[in-house]
Design a protein around this ligand. Structure first.
Ligand SMILES: Nc1ncnc2c1ncn2[C@@H]1O[C@H](COP(=O)(O)OP(=O)(O)O)[C@@H](O)[C@H]1O
Ligand SMILES: [Mg+2]
Length: 311
């Protein structure tokens, strides 16, 4: 199968037509809409974290761009020569593992262990980490049986909330970036992802405001911070399928108010995003130089700087 040939991950080629987003400290909602240009909001105090770093994607809602953001960020770091592990903590059939299914070794998914085996104590995280055809990108797959974690007894899965964190700590291999994609709920798997992470990145679309308020992912993040992971931070909000219109401008501004210390990243709309997912390839491999790829690349550089290797 030709899909299983190793492939290097390209950094997009700069092209004058693919205008970069400006870097701004907040979105201006007062200038007339016609003159307004969206930009990536970088708060004045914001500094890139130094790798290694564990980043969870979260939002209690589905269809808001968590999975595409997890994958494209991971590809951006792989393109920069970093060693990246993607952990699929979403049991849904259409999750990240389905997207990468045909690009992972061993070729037959039946021969792979999954994150479920880690939770049930049947495998280590290292044993469930598989290389993909994309140089530098590794996947810990899931399948629908991962959902068993939500209803498991303590005899089956002991302390699921801290299990992923402990599994990451137990792995002595060097990873520059670990990205955990979570499902559209706030159950044990999402909490486990938040407990295991240094940073949270929230993905939103034009319903944006659902992430703040009672019962939202922000409430869960606050509880996780208080009880289990005091250094957890919301470091970025990815506004996916972003269109330049007044609704998106307004919601971006509200996100900036709700998360004043986080990057606000508009990931510009591209019909190719849907095609890439149907074609089961990351966007930058499906269509080179799409606008969202540039947006993810810039955000990746702002979020994490690679640790300088001592030569
Ligand atoms: N930049 C973009 N332009 C157009 N569509 C996008 C963009 N980013 C995401 N989408 C679309 O949003 C939908 C949801 O994305 P997905 O990552 O699967 O969300 P989630 O993981 O939160 O359920 C997909 O159909 C995807 O193609
Ligand atoms: Mg998803």
């Amino acid at each position: 199968m030709t899909a299983l040939q190793p492939q290097t991950v390209p950094v997009p080629v700069l092209d004058v037509d693919l205008e970069f987003l400006d870097i701004v400290t907040e979105w201006d909602v007062d200038t007339t809409f016609h003159h307004w240009r969206p930009g990536i909001v970088v708060p004045p105090t914001f500094r890139p974290a130094i790798s290694p770093r564990v980043i969870a994607l979260a939002n209690q809602k589905g269809g808001v761009g968590k999975t595409i953001t997890a994958l494209e960020l991971a590809m951006a770091y792989a393109a920069r020569g970093l060693r990246v592990r993607l952990i699929d903590a979403d049991p849904q059939k259409a999750a990240l593992s389905a997207w990468l299914k045909e690009t992972c070794y061993p070729a037959d998914a039946k021969d792979r262990r999954t994150l479920r085996d880690v939770f049930f104590g049947e495998a280590t995280l290292r044993e469930t980490t598989y290389p993909t055809v994309y140089q530098g990108l590794y996947l810990v797959p899931s399948d629908p049986s991962l959902g068993d974690v939500e209803n498991a007894t303590p005899q089956q899965v002991f302390s699921p909330e801290s299990l992923l964190r402990d599994a990451l700590r137990a792995d002595t291999e060097d990873w520059d970036i670990t990205i955990i994609d979570s499902g559209p709920n706030l159950g044990k798997l999402t909490v486990a992802a938040l407990v295991a992470s240094d940073d949270v990145a929230i993905a939103v679309q034009d319903g944006g405001l659902e992430v703040v308020g009672t019962g939202s992912v922000v409430t869960t993040i606050k509880t996780v911070r208080k009880r289990m992971n005091p250094s957890l931070q919301v470091r970025a909000v990815f506004f996916t399928d972003f269109k330049k219109d007044s609704l998106h401008r307004r919601i971006g501004r509200e996100m900036n108010k709700a998360f004043p210390d986080a990057l606000i990243v508009p990931c510009r709309e591209s019909t190719q995003a849907g095609w890439a997912s149907l074609g089961k390839r990351p966007l930058r491999m499906h269509t080179p130089n799409e606008k969202p790829t540039l947006d993810y690349d810039r955000a990746a550089d702002l979020l994490v700087a690679p640790k300088q290797k001592v030569s």
